[in-house]
Design a protein around this ligand. Structure first.
Ligand SMILES: *[C@@H]1O[C@H](CO)[C@@H](O)[C@H](O)[C@H]1NC(C)=O
Ligand SMILES: *[C@@H]1O[C@H](CO)[C@@H](O)[C@H](O)[C@H]1NC(C)=O
Ligand SMILES: *[C@@H]1O[C@H](CO)[C@@H](O)[C@H](O)[C@H]1NC(C)=O
Ligand SMILES: *[C@@H]1O[C@H](CO)[C@@H](O)[C@H](O)[C@H]1NC(C)=O
Length: 292
């Protein structure tokens, strides 16, 4: 082999060590999101879309979120995650103003794109409220693991979150579009499921009525791999199941209206409905004694 060809091939394999995302699935982050300073590898920042970016650079996707006050209604969850209350209501078969019991898994439809050319993500924004918040607490506690401290630090060009109280962080949520291989097997979208204590691939497969092997493959896991709480696992959803089982949540979302995930869209729009009703009431109570 000619020397330059050898060099070219070795560079090629260095850049694409295992596979290209268009053909392969995504690797699981394990619990590397805990090492905010030490580990800012690609997998902690998001699911990859470089290379040929998969056949799709924009797709509909889903994430799970556990209802927890003050984010416990389609309106407040949509505002946090950059989704639409009506779409959340439709997918979860509830009304937009319903209060959802605590710790209920809510499925949130989002748009997902390869907009920065490296990671699939859904942009949303979050206003930092107190100086005790950190990139880790925002990613892990507020967003429940849908983002990571590494992705937040990287995309906000600011290592000092404390100076930013009152301003908006750009929050990239972990999502992915199906690979060519997945599309060939009928996968229409991917759900980013946030693992919690006690979960196993089997229990997650049962919850969403999907094949266990398809989850293992989608995340490049083996049967003996360990799952970690507050991390995201991709669950492949097949729309062909809609003809046999139209009650599946993602079958009702064909006509879901979704924001494009741009930061301004749900923040600057002076839409009173998007401000959590409960928060308004609480703020009202706190502020009223001060008011003249
Ligand atoms: C991450 O957030 C969860 C709540 O969603 C919390 O129980 C857990 O302690 C947090 N992890 C760390 C390391 O703080
Ligand atoms: C996990 O399973 C793979 C094969 O699926 C095997 O190669 C590996 O040694 C196993 N690891 C452990 C820790 O059992
Ligand atoms: C939606 O909820 C209503 C009750 O609120 C129930 O009658 C209906 O069967 C549910 N639909 C699905 C698809 O689960
Ligand atoms: C999301 O934010 C990134 C910057 O971090 C930007 O490159 C990308 O275009 C944004 N995507 C959308 C859909 O606005």
């Amino acid at each position: 082999m000619k020397p330059y060809l050898v060099r070219f091939l070795s560079i090629f394999f260095l850049v694409y060590p295992l596979c290209r995302p268009s053909n392969c699935q995504q690797s699981y982050q394990e619990n590397r999101q805990l090492s905010c300073e030490q580990d800012s590898s690609e997998i902690t920042e998001g699911y990859l879309c470089y290379g040929s970016a998969g056949p799709k650079t924009l797709c509909q996707s889903y994430v799970t979120f556990r209802s927890r006050p003050p984010y416990d209604s389609p309106i407040s969850i949509a505002s946090l995650l950059g989704s639409e209350p009506s779409s959340i209501a439709l997918v979860n078969n509830i009304s937009s103003i319903d209060k959802i019991p605590s710790e209920t898994i809510v499925i949130v439809p989002i748009s997902c794109s390869c907009s920065n050319g490296i990671y699939y993500q859904h942009n949303t924004s979050y206003k930092i409220l107190t100086s005790t918040e950190t990139y880790f607490s925002v990613a892990n506690n507020t967003y429940q693991g849908l983002s990571t401290c590494q992705a937040l630090a990287d995309q906000n060009n600011d290592n000092d979150i404390k100076s930013a109280v009152g301003s908006n962080l750009m929050v990239p949520l972990r999502c992915a579009c199906p690979s060519a291989n997945q599309i060939a097997t009928g996968v229409s979208s991917l759900l980013s499921y946030i693992v919690t204590w006690g979960d196993s691939v089997t229990s997650i497969a049962d919850t969403f009525e999907v094949n266990e092997i398809s989850i293992l493959e989608a995340n490049m896991l083996s049967l003996n791999s360990t799952l970690y709480p507050f991390t995201s696992l991709l669950v492949p959803l097949k729309s062909e199941n809609c003809s046999t089982n139209p009650a599946k949540f993602f079958c009702s979302c064909a006509n879901c209206s979704l924001t494009d995930g741009s930061t301004e869209d749900h923040i600057l729009k002076p839409d009173g409905r998007k401000f959590p009703v409960k928060l308004v009431i609480i703020l009202g109570i706190i502020l009223s004694p001060i008011a003249p």
